[in-house]
Design a binder for this molecule. Structure first.
Ligand code: IPM
Ligand code: MG
Length: 367
């Protein structure tokens, strides 16, 4: 049997720096755990635009379709603000999501004990928080037609369309129910059924799918109330399922509850391939952070934890994923901090590479 394959797309800004640390972790698994990956690397986002005039070359798209999993760093930066919408770095990422049909985006919001003081909320509201947002990722207003900026009389009108089919709702609902079964068996679905027909359909279909999962306790919430409840008492939630745009907003909100956007990974999953593995792309929730790029200040943990998610969801290596997550927790408990994790009392932050090395040392110690 050939080794599992990984395509690495570091992207822009801090992407390449944090991905360099992930490569060290991947090499560690090859050397110390006999988990050898065939790794290839390519360009995405602004980096791809600079080289090829497109944020995602067709060859790269084809490679992404062929591998077992894609690991992506981040895309975008002020340098590319002037580009035409159609070739902006973000279009590269959206094309990957759409063409790989990665409809289920898993965004955990987990509060690490060592960082509970970092949240802007009171410690008891966030300590021990562990929720999972499942965001629909390939439809809704991000992709609906008609879209564009049109002339209407003597003014322009900007149009985007929220559109969901029953099957699109049902498949992401199933993936959320499946996850809920493996976790706390509680699922909250969020939409705006009070204002949007697509929300009415969403609620209907999620309710229908719930009959396949009698053990899961399903609730519904309007997305605005959901945002309010997430800040009021986030621990009332286990799994949340929502559409593309609400999921974009709510996952940033949930991420910040944990006090540290630099810590959170994500998995974007599609239908199973021939080998039974889901089509998959893993990426940190944070962006390309151009303000600190190239300075060795970035926190590589979100990207490293994204690889842990790959171990769990693409490669059936749950215990090895847990090993990596524990290594991260140990390093944080030991007080190792990148600049984004420095509290108000200050201290001396470690660099991106030092954080990666500390995690490697913790992995060694786990053997
Ligand atoms: C995200 C980002 C993307 C999105 C951007 C970069 C296109 O905000 O992954 O949450 O809006 O989906
Ligand atoms: Mg976002």
């Amino acid at each position: 049997m050939s080794n599992p394959s990984l395509l690495i797309l570091p992207g822009d800004g801090i992407g390449p720096e944090v991905m360099a640390e992930v490569r060290k972790i991947i090499d560690w698994y090859g050397a110390k755990r006999g988990l050898v990956f065939d790794v290839s690397e390519d360009l995405v986002g602004g980096a791809a635009y600079d080289a090829h005039g497109t944020p995602l070359h067709d060859d790269t798209m084809a490679k992404a379709q062929a591998v077992d999993a894609v690991l992506l760093g981040a895309v975008g930066g002020p340098k590319y603000d002037v580009l035409d919408f159609s070739v902006k770095p973000e279009r590269g990422l959206l094309r990957l999501r759409k063409e790989m049909d990665l409809f289920s985006n898993l965004r955990p919001a987990q509060c690490f004990d060592a960082l509970a003081d970092f949240s802007s909320l009171k410690k008891d509201v966030v300590a021990g928080l562990d929720i999972m947002i499942v965001r629909e990722l390939t439809s809704g207003v991000y992709f609906g037609e008609p879209r564009g900026i049109f002339k209407e009389g003597n003014e322009r009108v900007g149009i985007n369309t929220q559109r969901y089919t029953e099957s699109e709702i049902a498949r992401v609902a199933r993936s959320a129910f499946d996850l809920a079964m493996k976790r706390g068996k509680k699922l909250c679905s969020m939409e705006k059924a009070n204002v949007m027909e697509s929300g009415i359909l969403w609620r209907d279909v999620v309710t229908e799918v719930s009959r396949e999962y009698p053990e899961v306790e399903l609730s519904h919430m309007y997305a605005d109330a959901g945002a309010m409840q997430l800040t009021r008492w986030p621990k009332q939630f286990d799994v949340i399922v929502t559409d593309n745009l609400f999921g974009d907003l709510l996952s940033d909100l949930a991420a910040m509850l944990t006090g540290s956007l630099g810590m959170l990974p994500s998995a974007s999953l599609g239908a199973p391939m021939e080998n039974g593995r889901p089509k998959a792309l893993y990426e940190p929730v944070h962006g390309s952070a151009p303000d600190i790029a190239g300075q060795g200040k970035a926190n590589p943990i979100a990207c490293i934890l994204s690889f842990a998610m790959a171990l769990r969801y693409s490669f059936d290596q749950g215990p090895e994923a847990a090993r990596l997550e524990s290594a991260v927790e140990k390093v944080l408990a030991d007080g190792v901090r990148t600049a984004d994790l420095m509290g108000p009392d200050g201290g001396v932050p470690v660099s991106t590479t030092e954080m990666g090395d500390a995690i490697l040392a913790a992995l060694d110690a786990s053997l």
